[in-house]
Ligand binder design. Structure first.
Ligand code: ISE
Length: 353
C-alpha cells in the first residue's frame, strides 16, 4: 500500500484525543480522517483543531498534512466507513466488545486501548472471532512494551546475562483519577498494565492472583480501595508484586525492578533534570501517562501503522488481551473476597488447535 493509512478514532477523551493528535501530526504513513465520540461537541472541536470544520464536515486541509477530519456520530458507522482503513478504539472498556467485533466483520485492523473487554468470556469470544477471520487484526494498547526502558529491560532479561528472572517488583502510581474510578477499575484499567508486563517479561502465564486492600487513602470517596497490593504467581513458579495507587497526589510514577539469579535491573527512575539546590536535590515527576509514555505511544502507533499497511499487527495480540482479562477477573474476585484466586483460562490449543 503506497497511500497513507486512513485512520478513524473512536472515543476522544484523554487518550483518544492524545492519539488523534499523534496520528494527525507525528505518525508517518497515516492520516486521521474521522473521529467519533458520544460527546459530539468534543469530537467536533478536536476535528476542527486537527483540520476539520466545526460542523463535522471534512474542512480544509490547511497544510496538506492536517485536514479532512470528519465527525462520525455512530462508532459502528465509523468502523464500516469505506474511507476508514484502520481504527483506534479509545472508548470506555464496556464498549470495546461490540466495536472489536465490528472491526473483525469489516476486516479492519484495530489498535484497541486496554482492557480488551470487561470480562474473560467476552474477551475469549473476540479471540475466537478473530481466529475465524483467519488473520490477526487486533492489537492491544499495552504501551509499556514499546517504552525504550521496558524494551531494554526485556532484552537484558532475555539475554540470560543475569541468570533466570525470579521476581518483579512493580510500582504504578497516578497523581489522581476521576471520582468515578472505583476499586474494580483500579484492577481492570490500571493493574492490567502490570499483568501484561509480568506475562511479557517472564514469557509465562499468571496462574493465581491475590489483590490486597491495605488501609485506604482518606483522599478518595467512601469505599474506594486505593492503594492496592497485588501478587501474581506465574506458571513457572516466579512471582511479581505490584503496588497500584491511583490517587497518590504527587504525579505519575511507574517503576519495575526485576530480580534475577545474578543481579537485578530497575527501570522507571527517570527524574528528568536532576537539580541540587539550597541543600536539596530533586527532579520532576510527570503529571500523567501521556507524558511518561509519550515516546512509547509514538513508537506503538507508528509500528501498528507500518504493520497494518503490510496486513499484520506488531504488538500485544487479542490473546494477550484475553489473558489479561482473565487475570483481572480473578483479581477483582480476590479483592472482593480477600483471598488468592486461581486464574481460569482456556489453553491456546483449545482455540487455535
Ligand atoms: C489509564 O487508563 C491508563 O491506562 C494509565 O496508563 C494508568 O496509569 C491509569 O491508572 C489508567 O486509568
Amino acid at each position: 500500500m503506497t497511500q497513507d493509512l486512513r485512520i478513524g478514532i473512536i472515543g476522544v477523551g484523554m487518550m483518544g484525543a492524545d492519539h488523534a493528535e499523534r496520528v494527525a501530526r507525528r505518525i508517518s504513513g497515516a492520516r486521521l480522517v474521522a473521529v467519533s465520540d458520544p460527546d459530539t461537541a468534543r469530537a467536533a472541536t478536536l476535528a476542527a483543531t486537527l483540520g476539520g470544520a466545526l460542523d463535522g464536515s471534512p474542512g480544509a486541509a490547511p497544510d496538506g498534512r492536517l485536514g479532512g477530519v470528519r465527525v462520525v456520530e455512530d462508532p459502528l458507522a465509523l468502523i464500516g466507513d469505506a474511507e476508514v482503513d484502520a481504527v483506534i478504539i479509545a472508548s470506555p472498556g464496556f464498549a470495546h466488545a461490540e466495536q472489536l467485533m465490528a472491526c473483525l466483520e469489516h476486516g479492519k485492523p484495530v489498535l484497541c486501548e486496554k482492557p480488551l473487554t470487561m470480562d474473560t468470556e467476552s474477551s475469549l469470544r473476540v479471540v475466537e472471532a478473530e481466529h475465524k477471520v483467519g488473520r490477526s487484526l487486533i492489537q492491544v494498547g499495552f504501551m509499556r512494551r514499546f517504552d525504550p526502558e521496558y524494551a531494554r529491560l526485556k532484552q537484558l532479561l532475555d539475554s540470560g546475562e543475569l541468570g533466570r528472572t525470579l521476581l518483579l517488583h512493580n510500582v504504578h502510581r497516578n497523581k489522581t483519577v476521576a471520582p468515578t474510578f472505583r476499586s474494580e477499575m483500579i484492577v481492570r484499567d490500571s493493574l492490567v498494565h502490570e499483568v501484561d508486563v509480568a506475562r511479557w517479561l517472564f514469557g509465562d502465564e499468571i496462574t493465581r492472583i491475590t489483590v490486597h486492600a491495605p488501609k485506604p487513602t482518606s483522599l478518595v470517596g467512601e469505599g474506594v480501595l486505593d492503594p492496592q497490593l497485588a501478587v501474581f504467581e506465574m506458571a513457572g513458579g516466579a512471582m511479581a508484586d505490584v503496588e497500584v495507587f491511583v490517587n497518590f497526589q504527587v504525579g505519575y510514577e511507574v517503576r519495575c525492578e526485576a530480580v534475577a539469579e545474578r543481579g537485578s535491573a530497575t527501570i522507571g527512575l527517570g527524574v528528568d533534570v536532576l537539580t541540587r539546590q539550597a541543600g536539596h536535590w530533586g527532579g520532576a515527576v510527570p503529571d500523567d501517562f501521556r507524558v511518561r509514555f509519550g515516546l512509547a505511544y509514538d513508537i506503538e502507533v507508528q509500528r501498528w501503522v507500518n504493520a497494518a499497511a503490510r496486513g499484520e499487527i506488531d504488538g500485544p495480540t487479542a490473546w494477550d488481551g484475553y489473558a489479561a482479562a482473565a487475570v483481572c477477573t480473578a483479581g477483582v474476585q480476590s479483592l472482593q473476597e480477600g483471598r488468592p484466586v486461581a486464574v481460569e483460562m482456556v489453553s491456546r490449543s483449545e482455540v487455535f488447535g
